[in-house]
Design a protein around this ligand. Structure first.
Ligand SMILES: CC(C)(COP(=O)(O)OP(=O)(O)OC[C@H]1O[C@@H](n2cnc3c(N)ncnc32)[C@H](O)[C@@H]1OP(=O)(O)O)[C@@H](O)C(=O)NCCC(=O)NCCS
Length: 156
C-alpha cells in the first residue's frame, strides 16, 4: 500500500519527553485512558510507538502498534482533539499500514468500541472487515462494552 501523506507532517519515535502531550490527548480522548506507565512500558518493550507532528513541531497524534511478520496489531491511535477531523487519523493509519507491510505482516488487526462511529467509519473505509466480537472487553460507565475485532489483509 502506498500512502498518500500530508507532507506538512512527519512521524518519529515517541520519546519520554512526549509523554505529557500523549497523556493530555489520551485523557481527553478516552473515558478510560491508558496510564502513563502503560506508555512507558510500550516504549520499553520495543512496540512501535510513533508520534505525528507538523512542520511547526506541534504534537498532533500518537499511535502504538505491535509489528510482526504474521500480524501487526494497532493497540492505540489517537489524534489530539484540536486536530481531529482534518485527515490526520487517515494519514496516520496509512503510515501504520505501510509500517506493518514493511515488517512483512500478512494481516493487521485492531479492536474498536461499537460506539466509536468515527473510528469505525475510518477503518471500514480503509478496507478493514469485522472478524469477531470480544464480549465485555472494555470498561464503560454502564457495565462493560464489547470490542469489535477488525482485520485488514495486507498480502494475498
Ligand atoms: C478516530 C480518530 C483516530 C479519527 O481520526 P481523525 O483525524 O479525527 O479522522 P480523519 O479526519 O482522518 O477522518 C477519517 C474518517 O473518519 C470519519 N470521520 C472523521 N470525523 C468524523 C465526524 N466528525 N463524523 C463522522 N465521521 C467522521 C470519516 O469517515 C473520515 O473520512 P472522510 O473524511 O474521508 O469521510 C480520531 O478522531 C481520534 O483520535 N479519536 C479519539 C480516539 C479514538 O477513538 N481512537 C480510536 C480508538 S479504536
Amino acid at each position: 500500500m502506498v500512502a498518500v501523506l500530508d507532507t506538512a507532517v512527519h512521524f518519529r519515535d515517541m520519546l519520554l519527553a512526549d509523554i505529557d502531550d500523549v497523556m493530555a490527548a489520551e485523557v481527553s480522548n478516552y473515558d478510560f485512558p491508558w496510564s502513563k506507565q502503560i506508555f512507558l512500558d510500550c516504549i520499553k518493550v520495543g512496540y512501535l510507538c510513533r508520534v505525528m507532528e507538523n512542520a511547526q513541531g506541534e504534537f498532533i497524534a500518537y499511535a502504538i502498534m505491535t509489528a510482526a511478520a504474521e500480524e501487526s496489531h494497532i493497540l492505540n491511535i489517537s489524534i489530539a482533539p484540536a486536530f481531529q477531523g482534518r485527515g490526520y487519523g487517515r494519514d496516520f493509519m496509512h503510515f501504520l499500514l505501510d509500517e506493518a507491510e514493511r515488517h512483512g505482516s500478512k494481516d493487521i488487526i485492531l479492536e474498536v468500541r461499537p460506539s466509536n462511529e468515527i473510528a469505525l467509519k475510518l477503518y471500514y473505509s480503509l478496507g478493514f472487515m469485522q472478524i469477531g466480537l470480544r464480549q465485555n472487553y472494555y470498561q464503560s460507565y454502564d457495565g462493560r462494552e464489547d470490542a469489535i475485532v477488525m482485520l485488514l489483509k495486507l498480502q494475498a
